[in-house]
Design a binder for this molecule. Structure first.
Ligand SMILES: C[S@@+](CC[C@H](N)C(=O)[O-])C[C@H]1O[C@@H](n2cnc3c(N)ncnc32)[C@H](O)[C@@H]1O
Length: 254
């Protein structure tokens, strides 16, 4: 994604951004669906569905609906929702063979529980908004959408991964003969504010994106009354992202 000229500093800008992205999705964002090297997300979905026949599911922030048909095949009912009208429309097209999917255009940071909680919620690279207030409200909504005893399958960008990338980038400049000072300067993003760095907001595909430490995910899920069942790295096939990973977490609501 080309560097966006304006940082996202309001929910309106977030909405406009994702509306634009939905029209050019495959070029502008890394598709986890297409690039998950070991197919871990699909495996987790199937493993849950096999042991929970007749369960309900939701694709929270479904994008253009790449994962939604997998959910529709595996669960009795599915709710697919997204902020972007174009995204919801594309999801509808992807799911034209299924009659068990409900499509909703909604803002996860607006309503703390827009529909009835489900047994299984998928939320892939959605809780990444750089604005703290919006992100906290979206966390509340996403976790509320999981019924007690139900599972959340969450994918988020890894802060460990991007820190490693930055460290290696600085090392690379030093190897090329630059001074430490020059290497540090070249490795820094000129647009990141102190609070961005403190909050783990780094540019990903040109967009300011919240990244998470594993320990932070443990803390956040615990505070939303979830027990983590597994946390692992998702690695990608895409040559641009081959050395980076996201966190995949499967957690059960108490
Ligand atoms: C990186 S895309 C991921 C899409 C999809 N989960 C996937 O894996 O293909 C992030 C999605 O989150 C949606 N999104 C961002 N903020 C949102 C919000 N506040 N409420 C609902 N959806 C949101 C965007 O519209 C976008 O479709």
């Amino acid at each position: 994604m080309p560097d966006s000229p304006d940082p996202i500093r309001s929910p309106e800008m977030n909405r406009e951004l994702w509306e634009n992205v939905s029209g050019d999705y495959s070029r502008r964002v890394l598709s986890v669906f297409e690039n998950d090297k070991k197919g871990k997300v699909a495996k987790c979905i199937k493993a849950f569905a096999e042991t929970h026949p007749q369960a309900s599911a939701a694709d929270l922030g479904c994008g253009i609906g790449q994962f939604t048909p997998t959910l529709a095949r595996s669960f009795e009912t599915v709710v697919a929702c997204d902020l972007s009208a174009g995204g919801v429309q594309a999801t509808r097209r992807h799911c034209s063979d299924f009659s068990n999917v409900e499509f909703l255009r909604l803002d996860l940071s607006e309503d703390p529980m827009p529909f009835a909680p489900v047994d299984f919620a998928l939320c892939v690279n959605v809780l990444i908004m750089p604005i703290l207030d919006e992100r906290l409200r979206a966390w509340r909504c996403v976790t509320n959408q999981v019924s007690s005893g139900g599972s959340l399958l969450l994918v988020v960008p890894s802060l460990e991964s991007i820190q490693m990338d930055l460290i290696q980038r600085v090392d690379g400049y030093i190897d090329l003969g630059h001074s430490c000072e020059e290497a540090l300067r070249a490795g820094q993003s000129s647009r990141a504010t102190a609070s961005d760095l403190q909050q783990g907001i780094h540019r990903l595909d040109g967009l300011p994106t919240k990244h998470y430490f594993a320990a932070e995910l443990e803390y956040l899920l615990e505070s939303h009354e979830f027990d983590i069942e597994e946390m692992q790295k998702i690695e990608y096939k895409s040559s641009q992202h081959v050395d980076s990973w996201d966190w995949l977490v499967r957690a059960v609501r108490r």
